[in-house]
Write a protein that binds this ligand. Structure first.
Ligand code: ARG
Length: 459
């Protein structure tokens, strides 16, 4: 393809340099956004009388034709064009002749690429939000079914206090809700049009920047032409939003890996979401979750790529910034590879309620409640803590649970115990009593689920 800037050059570009310089092989995925932006720009040029109206219309029609042909896969993008912007513009001129050469009036590839990338990530974010909501609905469905599925809660991965599976699922709901809110907030800063920034100092043509933003469904225009072409905060922020989503998915995956072990045996992944071993016939491995945990690393890496790419760049545009695309595209591709399969895996996972309840009984997790029992009877908490600790030590030596100690054994440590202690430290009582907002009691989790549902209904 002929260069659109070769006027001041006396030599052809070295083919290796051409290849090195070209971003077409990865930025061609922005062809829809590039064409959408160009159509809005051409419409504005016509409306402002910067180019004749019939030229504007021919350009717009030509671009629509290219869009249709690209969508249908009728166009070979395997050319030596420098990037998607040059590719589309050259094709347009090839098709409609000299009118095509007027499209780039009052525009630079620097504001063009800044716009295209914003439009692209906004489109992707809409799909990402839908996937997050699907995961959140799946979590709610599991929570509703498991309000009284007792589950051990851990700190330091040591048994701490019993909760319910519903409560555990709602913890992840809270994380993914924040992820969703972050994307919604990010959109406000991203849906802003940089067109009109030109190469870096704006332009002399009487562009209607607001009109272009409006045509593209954006919320406004950038404030400063230097910043307009050289700001990639929106890509870094999105890289960070995706990193947080992956971090949440990875923590969840780690738990599901543990829960799938023979030792825990709290869940079993459906056969359709597990893999076997080539040598050990008995194996059923949770590869999906492991891959998600593993892929989190590359998404963090992409975030570092973007941050590092920007940190030394003087204003305004620098070619380094072409490197933004592969990093953010890979993060998007990765989260889109992980989220749907994770949701489907979760929805089909077998929950072994009896094993969870069994786990919730062990580990002296009612020791805090035993102490609280004494506190309600007037003992200071520190003293109650000591009594409870002594009884735990005694029970460990007897190889018994606290509930299995006789009243005599308990009264030997403190005379404040009576028959009511057994009900007070029963598994259901321990959980049910924790009914503050945000607590694990079925009553509190029911309210949390109601709130979550009304939140999803506002979306
Ligand atoms: N391919 C370039 C990029 O991705 C487009 C902008 C190029 N601008 C320029 N002046 N070379 O950043």
């Amino acid at each position: 393809m002929a260069k659109l800037w070769d006027g001041r050059f006396e030599k052809e570009t070295n083919p290796a340099v051409n290849d090195f310089n070209s971003s077409l092989r990865f930025d061609k995925r922005m062809f829809r956004q590039d064409i959408r932006g160009s159509i809005a720009h051409a419409a504005m040029l016509g409306k402002q009388g910067i180019i004749p109206m019939d030229t504007s219309i021919r350009i717009q029609e030509g671009l629509q034709g290219i869009l249709a042909d690209m969508e249908a896969g009728r166009i070979d993008t395997n050319t030596d064009a420098e990037d998607i912007h040059m590719f589309v513009e050259s094709l347009l001129t090839e098709r409609i002749g000299d009118d095509g050469k007027r499209l780039h009036t009052g525009r630079s590839r620097n504001d063009q690429v800044a716009l295209d990338l914003r439009l692209y990530v906004l489109d992707e974010s809409n799909v990402l939000k839908e996937e997050l909501v699907r995961l959140m609905r799946t979590l709610l469905a599991i929570a509703k079914e498991n309000l009284t599925t007792w589950l051990p809660g851990y700190t330091h991965l040591q048994k701490a206090q019993p909760v319910t599976l519903a409560h555990h699922m709602m913890a992840y709901f809270a994380m993914f809700r924040r992820d969703l809110q972050r994307l919604t907030d990010w959109e406000k800063r991203t849906a802003i049009s940089p067109l009109g920034s030109g190469a870096m100092a704006g332009t002399t043509y009487p562009l209607d920047r607001e009109f272009v933003a409006d045509q593209l469904g954006l919320l406004g225009i950038t404030d400063n032409s230097l910043d307009g072409v050289s700001d990639r905060d929106f890509a870094i922020e999105l890289g960070s939003c995706i990193s947080l989503i992956m971090m949440h998915l990875s923590r969840f995956s780690e738990e599901l890996i543990l829960w799938s072990t023979n030792e825990f045996s709290f869940v079993e992944m459906d056969d359709a979401y597990s893999t076997g071993s080539s040598i050990m016939p008995q194996k059923k491995n949770p590869d999906v979750t492991e891959l998600i945990r593993g892929k989190t690393g590359r998404v963090y890496g992409n975030l570092m790529t973007l941050l590092t790419m920007m940190k030394g760049l003087p204003l305004a545009y620098n070619k380094d910034m072409q490197e933004d695309k592969e990093a953010i595209f890979d993060s998007l591709d990765t989260v889109f590879a992980c989220l749907p399969v994770f949701t489907d895996m979760l929805a089909t996972m077998k929950i072994k309620k009896e094993n969870m309840a069994e786990g919730a009984k062990g580990g002296y997790m009612n020791a805090t409640d035993l102490a609280d029992y004494l506190v309600y009877r007037g003992l200071p908490f520190r003293d109650a803590h000591a009594v409870s600790g002594k009884l735990v030590l005694y029970a460990i030596h007897q190889n018994k649970a606290l509930d299995d100690l006789s009243l005599e054994e308990m009264r030997a440590v403190s005379p404040m115990f009576d028959e009511t202690i057994y009900e007070a430290i029963s598994l259901s009582a321990v959980v049910n009593r924790r009914n503050l907002p945000g607590g694990p009691a079925p009553e509190a989790v029911t309210r949390a689920i109601e709130n979550a549902e009304s939140y999803l209904n506002t979306l």
